[in-house]
Design a protein around this ligand. Structure first.
Ligand code: BMA
Length: 391
């Protein structure tokens, strides 16, 4: 936001209003001049989550993630307690825990198929909610993705038949889309611990929108349509369905400039986390600097907007490099004064012996992953304290 204050009122504003702004809103303000030489005050948006009615625990989570910046990075994995190499849905089991003794700090889950018995990966929603409640109970953090099926064809998220314009308000499938959001609200409403406390969740819908492989992606809908869909989703969940245990994460795939990143950015009032996903750049020494350059831009954009920055997906399938965890991924991020401010990074799931993103006993990078876990800059679930307590 930019405010322009002409001549005579300026001094009055400076002495009376200015301190109030600082006190009440904690704006980051920097006086400057515009093209005509007039003094203007440019300041970042409020330093608060977008939902003013968040549950205490969800607000505390937001605040924890904000405070974390630069002090450590949470390690996460998709489906960490749901599926692993050679096992599926064994309560309490996790490949990361089997190897290191610690659960990841952040646990990712998929909710495509919401409203049905099981998600698109045939995991019953009952199982997802059990695992999410257990994670919260242990003090860990939950995040969900939504590879929503194409609402026009019923095909998968990768069916790129144009669809966004059909589910926006006043369109033919608006009712269907709202019913999907109702199912999400119902699922989230059932995520309560034994004391009835709602489990906080980071929601990352419609990710990688700058790529062209999903029906909500580039070339499949316009930036305006994408933004309208995002805003409608947030507004409906928050204001109509009264869901108040969600933080919202906007994530792109790899990007080249801030301008490109922000092309589909829904706006400061509709996002809590600024994320990006990048598998490729962190896999080889020659491209790591590209990955770091993107994280630097991401952290800069997040700081300017008082948002949380995160590497919402990354990883190396099969981890073929022995010291990848400490010498490639961790070293490059930790040693960069800006990139190290991301609050978390999450690797993808372990599916089987051909598809896995964290090692197991005997795997080439196992010892290095254990060293990665021991590094004081990486935070696993057992390192977390007071995530859900307001400071
Ligand atoms: C994708 C792949 C799919 C999976 C989907 C949702 O990236 O891993 O196999 O079905 O995520 O979890």
């Amino acid at each position: 936001m930019t405010i322009s204050i002409p001549g005579i009122f300026y001094r009055t504003m400076l002495f009376i209003v200015w301190p109030l702004l600082f006190q009440s809103c904690r704006f980051n303000s920097s006086p400057s001049t515009d093209e005509s030489g007039q003094e203007v005050a440019v300041y970042a948006p409020d330093d608060k989550p977008i939902d003013s009615l968040l549950t205490i625990e969800t607000k505390a989570l937001w605040s924890y993630l904000k405070r974390l910046g630069g002090k450590g990075i949470l390690f996460g994995q998709q489906d960490a307690t749901i599926i692993g190499v050679d096992w599926r849905n064994i309560p309490g089991k996790s490949d990361v825990k089997s190897l290191t003794g610690a659960y990841p700090a952040l646990h990712g889950y998929e909710i495509s198929g919401i409203g049905n018995y099981a998600n698109m990966d045939s995991i019953p929603f009952d199982t997802l909610s059990k695992r999410m409640i257990e994670t919260f109970h242990r003090g860990g953090i939950n995040t969900i993705t939504w590879h929503m099926n194409n609402p026009v064809t019923g095909g998968s998220a990768w069916d790129v038949t144009p669809a966004v314009s059909q589910i926006l308000p006043d369109s033919s499938l608006e009712g269907f889309y709202k019913s999907q959001l109702h199912s999400i609200a119902k699922f989230l409403g059932q995520l309560k611990d034994e004391k009835g406390v709602d489990v906080p969740v980071i929601f990352r819908p419609f990710h990688e929108g700058n790529g062209n492989w999903f029906w909500w992606g580039k070339g499949r809908c316009s930036p305006d349509e994408y933004i309208a869909l995002w805003r409608f989703t947030v507004t409906y969940l928050k204001d109509s369905l009264h869901v108040h245990n969600l933080l919202y994460a906007y994530s792109t795939d790899m990007f080249e400039s801030m301008e490109q990143y922000l092309e589909r950015y829904p706006g400061n009032d509709w996002t809590d986390v600024l994320g990006c996903e990048n598998y490729w750049d962190f896999q080889s020494g020659s491209s790591i600097s590209n990955g770091i350059a993107q994280l630097r831009m991401l952290v800069t954009m997040a700081k300017e907007r008082n948002k949380i920055a995160a590497l919402t997906e990354c990883g190396f399938n099969g981890i073929p490099v022995k010291n990848w965890w400490t010498q490639f991924l961790l070293k490059s991020i930790k040693e960069d004064s800006l990139a190290r401010n991301i609050a978390y990074l999450m690797v993808w799931r372990n599916t089987n012996r051909k598809q896995y993103y964290t090692p197991f006993q005997g795997q080439k990078s196992a010892a290095d992953f254990m060293a990665f876990e021991k590094d004081t800059f990486t935070l696993f679930e057992r390192d977390l304290q007071g995530v859900y307590k307001m400071k």
